[in-house]
Design a protein around this ligand. Sequence first.
Ligand SMILES: *[C@@H]1O[C@H](CO)[C@@H](O)[C@H](O)[C@H]1NC(C)=O
Ligand SMILES: *[C@@H]1O[C@H](CO)[C@@H](O)[C@H](O)[C@H]1NC(C)=O
Ligand SMILES: *[C@@H]1O[C@H](CO)[C@@H](O)[C@H](O)[C@H]1NC(C)=O
Ligand SMILES: *[C@@H]1O[C@H](CO)[C@@H](O)[C@H](O)[C@H]1NC(C)=O
Length: 362
Amino acid sequence: MKMEQQRGLLLSFVGVQLLLMGAFHQSHHLRDLTSFLRLLIQDRSEVSPPGTSQQDVYSNLSQIHPVDVSEDDLPNCPIISPYVNGPLKVMFPENLTMEKAVEKNPLVRLGGQYKPPDCWTWHHTAVVVPYYGQAQHLQQLLFHLHPFLQRQQLHYAIYVVNQVNNTAFNRGKLRNVGFREAMQEENWDCVFFHDVNLLPEDDRNIYTCDIFPAHVSVAINKFNYKLPYQGYLGGVFALRPIHYLRINGFSNVYWNWDDEDDNIATRVKLSGMLLSRPHLLFGRYHMLEEGQDHSQKQSVWRFGLRAWIHQRWRHDGINSLGYRLLSKERHPLYTNLTVDINFQNPEAPVPNRGIWRLRESF
Ligand SMILES: *[C@@H]1O[C@H](CO)[C@@H](O)[C@H](O)[C@H]1NC(C)=O
Ligand SMILES: *[C@@H]1O[C@H](CO)[C@@H](O)[C@H](O)[C@H]1NC(C)=O
Ligand SMILES: *[C@@H]1O[C@H](CO)[C@@H](O)[C@H](O)[C@H]1NC(C)=O
Ligand SMILES: *[C@@H]1O[C@H](CO)[C@@H](O)[C@H](O)[C@H]1NC(C)=O
């Protein structure tokens, strides 16, 4: 009873906030409202305990068929997709190959793009995956994520940003490249930055954006389905393009460090926004083993760099991005963007290692 009241209060609070925000986000108002309604209804439905009645991620998808009307005459997709059901199994056929994954997803178009063939959706989501040669993880991600997104009746595409040259992995910069290239192709209204080794375990974790940037992978099996620490922002992160520009994207200067994620929190905060997170029961992920774990790693650079961010985030991000696109290939299940990220933007304020050293002593 008490809980019910609290929930009611919370919901009305969110509702008021949403309306206020709506005044500032006129064009997004309707979409915000639909995702809000979605949340409401999800919240009311029984939350199935994890581990019970997990469905195959491909179940029900064979019911989706193209209909014989023009795109303009398609009915609107329902607010809640009828295929969204709850907990999903994470499993793969023996000897999974890319061909098999392609065969299972006949409605996905070249480049890894999909639109519900039988209804018209409000939601246009780009999924950007930084990639550094984890071929098997990529195969498994594509096998799992395509049906997951189709269950949600979204218009989406998957962009894999492939770093070449034998330098350390720079996830922030690859995310920036993915954002820029994706936005040149379509007017996406939501971008999901997605680690290649995380597979969502519940399809009520809807891949759309709300009124704030969101940290989505809140409950990873490896961390016993809770946050490893409160400030953890790794894994899957989503936001609207307008918010992405507001935080100036991600830092380009973190080579091989997961600390880059702390940087995101700082950027969101300094640009005056809040961060949202899904319910722990929905934001569940299965992590494919990587062999090494950076999540708890404390970097000696950390504190110095953090101080540095406060001063530099406006100059280090999408506005200082330099790279060379070496190729763009459309594969059946993804678009492969191959980039040389060592290339510097000659017009950008080049990050100066000297500054880091100086700050390190703080
Ligand atoms: C989806 O499939 C399950 C069984 O696999 C079935 O119980 C359920 O009714 C189906 N849902 C829809 C919307 O068809
Ligand atoms: C998978 O590969 C192994 C080794 O190549 C083979 O022995 C096995 O029969 C394969 N399984 C299936 C289901 O194709
Ligand atoms: C990176 O690799 C590409 C293609 O292999 C090459 O053209 C480019 O010069 C390399 N860049 C650097 C900085 O090594
Ligand atoms: C992406 O394209 C590059 C260049 O053709 C290729 O070397 C690389 O293997 C491709 N990566 C993937 C994941 O398809």
